[in-house]
Design a protein around this ligand. Structure first.
Ligand SMILES: NC(=O)c1ccc[n+]([C@@H]2O[C@H](COP(=O)([O-])OP(=O)(O)OC[C@H]3O[C@@H](n4cnc5c(N)ncnc54)[C@H](OP(=O)(O)O)[C@@H]3O)[C@@H](O)[C@H]2O)c1
Length: 383
């Protein structure tokens, strides 16, 4: 069978032949001044030679067209086989994940439904994580009590809840102004909530402040303030809520600590000390109240995008006022709030939600303390 190349070669040969012949006839014509009859003969000879050339040209074009059609058809077949294979592989790989994700999402919805009507007291609800928690629990159908110092901010959060979630939530949020460092007034605040709802199902100890400074120059008043708000405030509120929970043999205490409740880093002494204390208190509490069917969830987040660093205290008690880059690049607050909601719904004892590096740091502190101390010395030196 002739290939396109063979045909092309034939065509070239014939062309050459034709041109040679024409040139020869032209020369003869010129030289001998041929008659018109001879001229006619020449023309017919030209046609004679030209027609096989045209035939070959047609064949060549047809062949090229056929080849192109053949190539396109086989390409299409190969492409469709590849497409089918990729679709099968993708389905086989992704199907279990899709089923798992759908199952998880259904489970989450069912678990959220479990929280419906629960009375939830959230401290630090005027901003940041507390505000996001208020949204998450309110959306899940809980009766939320919003506690913090700034009453106007609490009212703003309340209005946001009422306007944002026009679902089947029927209980308007309750605003409860309080100062966690005012330990003696806290039992009275809890009594007020018990008066309104009769009980508290979930206490979320979230309110707190951070700190930036070195131990040498930090005023002891700042250390005391941090411990008062972050630790003693939580302890006092928990002690005020516990008797009613024990009476009902039901309840849940959530403590928002920090990864810095597991590892201490330089220039955060007062903050890390208060969060370590929260961790220890929660672990002890969990063991003691388990017999009363009361759950304890300790939350240890890494950096979250809130105003924590802006509101932090410096060594002389002034506001730090700076959004530091770690907090700026922290996890979205809504995501952390959802994780906490899920941890509460599933009665998890502990939730550590932080970066991979922070997890490694916690591991290092336990498994290779010497290495951890060396890294912290370096960090302090670079400060
Ligand atoms: N952001 C992070 O990177 C991060 C990481 C780990 C853990 N956490 C923890 O998450 C919790 C919430 O902090 P955030 O990040 O949401 O910071 P935030 O935006 O500064 O919120 C702190 C909340 O605590 C309240 N609060 C402060 N002092 C109080 C006091 N004396 N009495 C009552 N309420 C007080 C504040 O309300 P008022 O000013 O109205 O009183 C505010 O609602 C804190 O316990 C913090 O340690 C945060």
């Amino acid at each position: 069978m002739e290939t396109a190349a063979d045909l092309a070669l034939q065509r070239v040969t014939l062309c050459d032949e034709l041109h040679e012949k024409i040139a020869a006839y032209k020369n003869i014509y010129k030289e001998n001044n041929k008659t018109c009859t001879e001229n006619e003969q020449l023309r017919s000879r030209h046609h004679e030679l030209d027609s096989p050339l045209q035939r070959i040209k047609r064949q060549l074009l047809k062949k090229l067209r056929d080849d192109r059609v053949k190539i396109t058809a086989s390409d299409r077949r190969a492409l469709s086989i590849w497409r089918t294979l990729v679709t099968i592989c993708a389905t086989v790989t992704l199907l279990p994940f899709t089923i798992f994700a759908a199952y998880k999402s259904l489970q989450r919805r069912r678990l959220k439904y479990r929280l419906k009507e629960k009375v939830v007291l959230i401290t630090g609800a005027s901003s940041g994580l507390g505000e996001a928690l208020a949204h998450a629990f309110y959306r899940a159908g809980c009766r939320v009590v919003l506690a913090a110092r700034r009453e106007d901010e609490l009212r703003r959060v309340k209005n946001m809840l009422l306007t944002t979630h026009s679902t089947d939530v029927t209980h308007p949020p309750v605003v409860l102004p309080l100062d966690l460092s005012d330990l003696n007034v806290l039992p009275g605040k809890v009594a007020k909530v018990l008066e309104i709802f009769g009980h508290i199902d979930i206490l979320i100890n979230n309110g707190g402040i951070s700190y930036r400074g070195n131990i040498l120059t930090t005023s002891i008043d700042v250390d005391i303030k941090l411990m008062l708000i972050n630790y003693f405030g939580q302890v006092a509120l928990t002690k005020a809520v516990l008797p009613s929970m024990i009476d009902r043999q039901s309840g849940h205490i959530v403590s928002v600590s920090s990864v810095q409740g597991k590892i201490a880093i330089p220039y955060r002494s007062a903050y890390t000390a208060s969060k370590h204390a929260v961790q220890a208190f929660s672990d002890t509490l969990r063991a003691e109240v388990a017999a009363h069917n009361i759950n304890v969830t300790l939350v240890s987040p890494g950096y979250i995008h809130t105003k924590l660093s802006v509101n932090a205290l410096t060594g002389n008690g002034e506001a730090y006022g700076v959004m530091d880059s770690a907090t700026e690049n922290g996890s979205p607050v809504e995501k952390v709030a959802e994780e906490i909601l899920y941890a509460v719904a599933t009665e998890k004892k502990e939730l550590t939600t932080c970066s991979f590096v922070a997890h490694i740091a916690v591991l290092l502190r336990t498994l290779y303390p010497e290495l951890f101390f060396w890294l912290m010395k370096k960090r302090a030196h670079q400060h």
